[in-house]
Ligand binder design. Structure first.
Ligand SMILES: *[C@@H]1O[C@H](CO)[C@@H](O)[C@H](O)[C@H]1NC(C)=O
Ligand SMILES: *[C@@H]1O[C@H](CO)[C@@H](O)[C@H](O)[C@H]1NC(C)=O
Length: 382
């Protein structure tokens, strides 16, 4: 296995799209949900939520600007690291909103139902590699945005049609989905062993997420949905990079034990931190969305959710066409034309080795929108 340089990793984590698609027009009818629609959604995170910020901020750099990214739903690269829609898109559709537009949108944006600050490659911690749009910077952008909205509503009533209503800042849903880049970069680009990441990096990531929740709460936010870290030990990217190596032992499902254990530790600590904040912060309602649990379940029982295929449960859909995981950092999706999409991405959980398929994101949102879903845990109200 060739060494992955930090530059390669940066590019492979980067995302993105073609902003010519009018994402405000996506229409899809889905069943009404038991989770009532908030007046607006505010999104913070990385490539798992970025709907076009990275391509606007760093044009022509991301693999995901190229086909076959976007093939499934948008039928063109759409600014998303997926064959189709992301989790945040399915949430918007479930609530019958237009898709939530990126903060850096440069064509007639409409932020009535929310705004997305997520940037591919972003970390939770204040570090500028691989991209300078880390979580505290995203929350600063939010604060600036909110002040601009308030000023603009005061001076010009017309802006009301394309910015969130003032009450949305209090009653809206704040979605935070970040941290996986901090961990993967520390493990692979910086070559730290999992024990060092647990000791030195994880506490900083948790602190950054807690600080973001506190800072947003100071601005009036009450409702939070915080996503835990996915089962990276089951991703084709990590399965490929880890072997051969000291952390290559796998469990019965074929997932990397050490990396999933690290994530389990993180997720456990995250729930402790959030339940504490839920008690501390006045009127807050914090929920944890358990993407880790859903990913393990989808890989352990691929047919349970209809459509995933046992034979490809650990393979990337878009890849070089070989090996046990269909992943190679040298021939990666969107970067190298030799990397091709599989014929039916809906059978796969992994799109490009790290990012999720449209099918996976859709099924996950279907689960968390169910009444008393075991994958969406609200902390007890006080
Ligand atoms: C990030 O850290 C630098 C150096 O400590 C600090 O100057 C800067 O204000 C921080 N940025 C944010 C957005 O917190
Ligand atoms: C795991 O890595 C070691 C080297 O550290 C190698 O000898 C062994 O073959 C690898 N096992 C697998 C299953 O890749």
């Amino acid at each position: 296995m060739a060494n992955l340089t930090s530059y390669d990793l940066m590019i492979c984590l980067w995302v993105i799209f073609n902003f010519s698609i009018d994402i405000g027009e996506a229409k899809e009818t889905q069943k009404p949900t038991s989770l009532p629609p908030p007046p607006a959604i505010f999104v913070f995170g990385d490539s798992l939520s970025d709907t076009g910020n990275a391509i606007a901020a760093f044009p022509f750099l991301a693999d995901a600007e190229n086909s076959p990214y976007g093939d499934t739903f948008f039928h063109a690269p759409s600014g998303r690291f997926s064959d189709g829609r992301l989790i945040v898109d399915f949430m918007a559709l479930a609530w019958r909103f237009p898709l939530i537009q990126p903060y850096f949108s440069n064509i007639v944006p409409n932020f009535r139902h929310g705004i997305n600050f997520a940037v591919s490659g972003a970390t939770a911690r204040n570090v500028t590699e691989p991209v300078p749009f880390f979580l505290p910077f995203q929350t600063d952008h939010f604060v600036r945005f909110k002040r601009n909205v308030i000023a603009s509503l005061k001076s010009n009533k017309k802006s009301a049609s394309h910015v969130p209503a003032i009450r949305s800042f209090e009653d809206g849903l704040y979605m935070i989905f970040v941290g996986v880049n901090d961990i993967i970069i520390s493990l692979f680009a910086n070559k730290q062993p999992p024990s060092t990441v647990v000791k030195n990096i994880i506490p900083q990531v948790l602190e950054a997420i807690a600080k973001a929740v506190q800072d947003l709460h100071k601005e009036g936010a009450k409702n939070f949905m915080v996503f835990n870290i996915p089962a990276i030990g089951c991703t084709p990217l990590l399965l490929t990079l880890a072997s051969p190596g000291p952390y290559n032992s796998t469990d019965a499902m074929g997932c990397l034990k050490d990396y999933n254990e690290l994530v389990r530790f993180f997720n456990h600590e995250l729930e402790k931190v959030l339940s504490y904040l839920n008690l501390q912060l006045k009127e807050s309602k914090i929920m944890v969305a358990d993407i880790y649990g859903f990913m393990l379940e989808a890989i352990a029982h691929p047919s349970k959710y209809g459509g995933f295929d046992e034979a490809v449960k650990l393979k990337a859909c878009c890849g070089y066409g070989g090996g046990p995981y269909n992943y190679s950092p040298l021939v990666s999706c969107g970067k190298d034309p030799e990397a091709k999409s599989c014929s039916d991405p809906s059978k796969y959980t992994s799109w490009d080795g790290l990012h999720l398929t449209d099918a996976f994101s859709g099924k996950f949102v279907g689960e968390i929108m169910k009444e008393s879903s075991s994958y969406l845990r609200p902390f007890k109200l006080h």
